[in-house]
Design a protein around this ligand. Structure first.
Ligand code: GUN
Length: 294
């Protein structure tokens, strides 16, 4: 089957142009540049890369950005104090604390310390709760980006069977909810699968749209995918590589070469979902700035 690549890089560039235009409009009407802050604790290679991409994207669309680096050994109290400062800082429209955090810090406590109005990751229980009942809220960036991709490629989800592999708070759980809702994209029949799911292939073979968000490189093989399915690969595991300057390369959750020929549409890794996560965070930050009317 001839498959079409879902080009997240291209779609994200398109959306960045729209955001840059909105920033120009804001400046022309006397409003300030949106300002995103990111807190990075420790030196995890993956987190460094993601936060670097977020900061760079801010510059591309004309946002201000602030990167706050904290030592791996920082205490929970010190981190909470920085979050308090960001909550009170009227110049900051939104901020994120890059996850995962070191083991000695209670991640949930940190998420709950972020003011919901500035929680552009959409991880605070207030924003999660609003999302669950369909009130306006900041949608978590990766699910939001996937919805945008489905919309851009006019992939119909209504009445389709979507199978989501993975039940994380960041991707699997919110995405399953958003796609089951009465909306466009939405109106899908959704199955969530996870590490305890029995007869996994039997279920994935029923998927019109298969979304892999487990963080298990090349887990999904051709034998798990129905002919003509849409496959969205959220995996971004760093594996050692001698072919790249960094010494790493990103591997998705899908065995691309084997699975792609069975698909109608498929996202590559890198260049699929990843760039969309970044622009969704920018969209949320623009929204936060617009709401606060600064
Ligand atoms: N770690 C992996 N994905 C994300 C994300 O979307 N936001 C934050 N803050 N941390 C993450």
């Amino acid at each position: 089957m001839a498959y079409q690549i879902i080009d997240g890089k291209m779609v994200s560039e398109h959306i960045k142009l729209q955001i840059a235009e909105a920033v120009k409009q804001r400046l022309a009407s006397g409003l300030k540049k949106p300002h995103l802050a990111a807190v990075l604790v420790g030196n995890d290679g993956g987190s460094e890369t993601y936060v670097g991409h977020k900061v760079k994207a801010c510059a591309q669309v004309g946002f201000d950005s602030t990167l706050i680096r904290m030592d791996e050994q920082v205490s929970e109290l010190e981190l909470l104090s920085v979050i308090g400062d960001l909550n009170r800082n009227i110049d900051i429209d939104g901020f994120i604390v890059q996850l995962p955090l070191p083991k000695h810090i209670d991640e949930q406590k940190i998420i709950e310390a972020i003011s919901p109005e500035k929680d552009v990751d959409g991880f605070h229980p207030v924003n999660v709760g609003k999302m669950v009942i369909g009130l306006p809220s900041f949608l978590p960036a990766t699910p939001f980006g996937i919805l945008e991709l489905l919309k851009y490629y006019k992939i119909d989800t209504s009445g389709k069977h979507v199978v989501v592999l993975g039940r994380s708070n960041i991707v699997g759980t919110p995405l399953a909810l958003l796609l089951s809702r009465k909306s466009k994209p939405g109106d899908a029949t959704v199955t969530i699968c996870h590490s305890r799911t029995k007869n996994l292939s039997e279920i994935t073979l029923q998927a019109d749209i298969l979304i892999a968000a487990l963080g298990n490189p090349e887990f999904v093989g051709a034998e798990m995918v129905k002919d003509g399915a849409v496959v969205i690969d959220v995996g971004t595991t760093r594996v050692p590589s001698q072919e790249t300057k960094s010494g790493f390369r990103l591997k998705g959750d899908v065995l691309f070469e084997e699975v792609a020929p069975k698909c109608s549409y498929i996202t590559p890794v890198p260049g699929g979902v990843g760039p969309m996560t970044i622009v969704s965070l920018l969209k949320n930050t623009l929204l936060a700035a617009d709401i606060s009317k600064k």
